[in-house]
Ligand binder design. Sequence first.
Ligand SMILES: [Cu+2]
Length: 101
Amino acid sequence: METGLPDVAGSSLAMGPHLLGPAYGPAPTDYPVGMATSTWTVTGMTCAHCVKAVTEEVSAIEGVAAVEVDLATGAVTVTGDPDPSREQMAAAVDEAGYALV
Ligand SMILES: [Cu+2]
């Protein structure tokens, strides 16, 4: 699939992951004012693949800049501007195949 994005591997962009996208950015304290962090609980995750699926779906929500998933507790910490709504979170988590508490 042609995405229009540059080929990251081998390019100078590979040296600066923070420039590439919002999904795995710096710690929340590095975000400008306006970013908000909220923590949700997701049930059903059992392994790193589950974490990846949830992270990807939640990252795709408009405005979301960072997603951190704690597999042990099911805690999903989302940083965004704006914060995603419960409806957005529930839809994304459901899309990944899990349930939002
Ligand atoms: Cu899994």
